[in-house]
Design a protein around this ligand. Structure first.
Ligand code: ZN
Ligand code: ZN
Length: 181
């Protein structure tokens, strides 16, 4: 019954276990390969100088390897994250790859749509910002009984119209709770 609550809280940059599971296997393998390639490039392909410090070269190869590996992981994450938000995976993976220096990823995280979830009543796709299901009118979040804008469950008065929320019956304010129990 707390589906709508968790849906909203997930919206922040919360990289928990669930978020890590969003990275597909091909991206994990790709990241390891990219990291290994960078080690190879730094230690065998690039010319060695006479008086160079080995620690510095190790540090450089490690840093660049980690950087490019996380880039691959990021694109893998975007490929899945777009799908649960109803956005185009191909378009956004391209944006992340083309815009340099991680700017594409920043643009993505700024512009991404809220996650879609399922209506508990009719199972159609609903955004976490909806208060009612557009298909069956099922209430997914607490709202004011007068203006029907979203309210927090702890609010005593509506922040938009000043309505006394305590006078609302279960349907408008608390239906989301009573229905789940
Ligand atoms: Zn519905
Ligand atoms: Zn109101």
């Amino acid at each position: 019954m707390n589906g709508w609550m968790s849906g909203r809280q997930d919206n922040g940059a919360n990289f928990g276990d669930d978020e890590l599971r969003m990275i597909p296997r091909w991206a994990m393998i790709g990241a390891v390969l990219v990291f290994a390639t960078m080690q190879w490039v730094f230690h065998y392909v690039m010319p060695h100088h006479k008086h160079e410090v080995l620690a510095l070269r190790l540090m450089m190869s490690y840093t660049w390897g980690a950087l490019w590996a996380s880039y691959v992981l990021l694109i893998g994450y975007v490929s899945r994250d777009t799908q649960r938000r109803g956005m185009s995976p191909a378009l956004w993976m391209l944006v992340c790859m083309i815009l340099p220096g991680g700017i594409g990823a920043v643009v993505y995280f700024l512009l991404r749509q809220p996650e879609l979830s399922r209506c508990p009543h009719c199972a159609s796709s609903i955004a976490s910002s909806y208060n009612f299901c557009p298909q069956c009118q099922f209430q997914t979040a607490p709202v004011c009984g007068i203006c029907h804008r979203g309210v927090r469950i702890t609010d005593v008065f509506c922040t938009q119209c000043g309505h006394d929320l305590a006078s609302d019956g279960a349907p408008s304010r608390l239906r989301v709770y009573s229905d789940g129990d």
